[in-house]
Design a protein around this ligand. Structure first.
Ligand SMILES: NC(=O)c1ccc[n+]([C@@H]2O[C@H](COP(=O)([O-])OP(=O)(O)OC[C@H]3O[C@@H](n4cnc5c(N)ncnc54)[C@H](O)[C@@H]3O)[C@@H](O)[C@H]2O)c1
Length: 501
């Protein structure tokens, strides 16, 4: 299967828009195809709406954003995409028809996936050319923030297809869950539907309102589910003897049973109760407003779970680790040249880095210089395994000078001059340049201290790391010390000038 640099989308509604936002954010180009030309404006709006929350998900260095294009020509998309994700309405004959069509235009090594919520892959791949490269890849709304994607193969799907799809989805920050046997509704929607059916019954019987039923989840089980899920949580509910005791205690009541298997009739009364109930819960807030609240909460929850390395937080942590490694690998590929500062980081000014002056905002400089430093550390062997020994560098002083402006979309790069390498201290001078004309935008002089965190003291760096740093320093011996180094804040830029507040 080929490397995915362009994702083709077939159907650009709610789910297609979510796929586009996620893929673009992580540096994959998107060609979106829909029968309705008006969907172009819609998908561009959907990508823009997703951006504020997505931008806050991680501050790890991201590759430049992907490019979005739109077409009403399915063949145009299919001939150019490296991976195709179908998201047309949930109707079997329609999906079978478009999947068969797209499979005739796409090259044999292009994986084709369907976002179907419940149809089975064997049915969907029936009329396709090359059905072995087809699978179901079922995401969850909002696709750009929820990492889960259920992967299901049909009778004709090859295992290599599932592996290639898992690799691509992991690359764009997702958690692929392999569903081992195809069943209608896959796994998650079967669970969601069971809950949903019971909600409809309780509302229909006048037992509770939609708001009360949401409270019953939000204040209790919902909080637990994000970290552990029903089974592990019930294992804990059984005390020291876990699930066995839990089943002995509560198992018999499953026979009563509390819940019902068949949904109630969707009468006008029930529909009205559901609509009025949720409108009361929305309390005048628009769908867009509620989406923003949902998205902000989803970002915050994932960031907390990252600290405990649980569930979606573990996915985020693994993604960030990879992003830092990719940035460092790109930096290592930029070989040092004797007599020149070392190029450490190349990136682009992302739209969310801009402040009200339309230039890169202050704290993003700290982030970019920090990412450059991270790239230097990994290059000389101060990586996760080094940090796992309890040793690392702490920044103890820095001084940033702003001499130019960086605007959204501009490519930028950071070079580093090593001013001093000692056993415990590292003194560096970074320059941030604009990619298009090499103009200097900012400098940052920094002092870093090597620390043994177990002893809580400054300590000598590993000799192997020091040797690599020394080699860089040797390459740079002919470089003049930057005239700005050692500057104090407020010092006049030119000799003889005076500082005026
Ligand atoms: N909405 C959800 O929460 C959700 C979650 C997971 C999966 N899904 C699945 O994703 C799929 C899409 O759902 P959605 O909610 O985005 O639907 P939607 O109605 O918002 O979007 C469907 C899009 O497909 C386009 N379309 C229709 N026929 C087409 C054709 N022949 N060629 C190209 N485009 C065509 C429509 O113009 C529309 O823009 C469904 O299979 C659904 O089950 C939905």
């Amino acid at each position: 299967m080929r490397k995915v640099t362009t994702l083709g989308l077939l159907g650009t509604g709610v789910i297609g828009g979510g796929w586009a936002a996620r893929a673009l954010h992580f540096g994959v180009n998107v060609i979106a195809a829909d029968v309705k030309p008006e969907m172009e404006a819609w998908i561009r709006g959907a990508v823009e709406n997703a951006e504020p929350a997505l931008a806050r998900l991680t501050s790890a260095p991201l590759p430049p954003k992907g490019a979005l294009s739109f077409t009403t020509d399915l063949k145009y998309m299919a001939e150019r995409a490296d991976f195709i994700q179908e998201n047309v309405p949930e109707q079997l004959p329609l999906k079978q028809r478009v999947l068969a069509e797209v499979s005739r235009y796409a090259a044999a090594d292009v994986v084709i996936a369907s976002s179907t919520s419940g149809l089975t892959p064997t049915d969907l791949q029936r009329d396709m050319a090359g059905p072995e490269r087809f699978l179901v890849a079922h995401p969850f709304n909002p696709v750009y923030l929820l990492p889960l994607v259920e992967l299901v193969g049909g009778k004709k799907t090859e295992s290599a297809t599932l592996e290639a799809a898992a690799e691509f989805f992991t690359y764009i920050g997702m958690h692929p869950l392999n569903v081992r046997r195809e069943v209608p509704g896959h796994l998650t929607d079967r669970l969601q539907e069971a809950l949903w059916r019971e909600i409809l019954h309780l509302v229909n019987d006048g037992v509770a309102t939609t708001g009360e039923l949401d409270e019953s989840i939000v204040y209790g089980p919902g909080l637990r589910w994000a970290a552990m899920g029903t089974n592990l949580i019930y294992h804990l509910a059984g005390g020291e003897s876990g699930m066995r005791h839990m089943l002995a205690q509560f198992g018999p009541c499953l026979k009563w049973p509390w819940t019902r298997l068949e949904a109630p009739e969707l009468t006008e009364t029930l529909i009205d109760r559901m609509v009025e109930g949720t409108e009361a819960q929305a309390a005048g807030r628009s769908i867009r407003e509620l989406e923003r609240l949902r998205d902000d909460s989803l970002v915050a929850v994932q960031q907390v779970l990252r600290q405990t390395n649980m569930g979606a937080g573990a996915t985020l942590r693994a993604l960030e680790e990879r992003l830092y490694k990719d940035a460092a690998a790109a930096s290592t590929a930029m070989a040092g040249q004797p007599g020149k500062p070392l190029r450490l980081l190349e990136t682009a000014v992302r739209p969310e880095w801009i402040d009200y002056n339309r230039h890169m905002t202050d704290f993003r400089y700290g982030q970019v210089f920090g990412d450059a430093m991270d790239a230097l550390y990994r290059r000389v062997g101060v990586d996760e395994s080094y940090r796992a020994t309890g040793r690392m560098y702490y920044s103890v002083e820095s001084h940033t000078r702003h001499v130019g402006e960086a605007k959204a979309g501009e490519t930028i790069y950071v070079t580093m001059q090593l001013l001093a390498v000692e056993d415990k201290r590292l003194h560096v001078f970074h320059r941030l340049h604009r990619g298009s004309d090499d103009a200097l935008i900012a400098t940052s002089e920094q002092l870093h201290l090597h620390v043994d965190t177990v002893r809580g003291k400054a300590s000598a760096v590993d000799p192997g790391v020091r040797a690599k740093l020394e080699a860089i320093r040797q390459d740079q011996l002919s470089l003049a010390r930057p005239p700005e180094s050692g500057r104090a804040i407020g010092q006049p830029r030119r000799a003889g000038a005076t500082f005026q507040a």
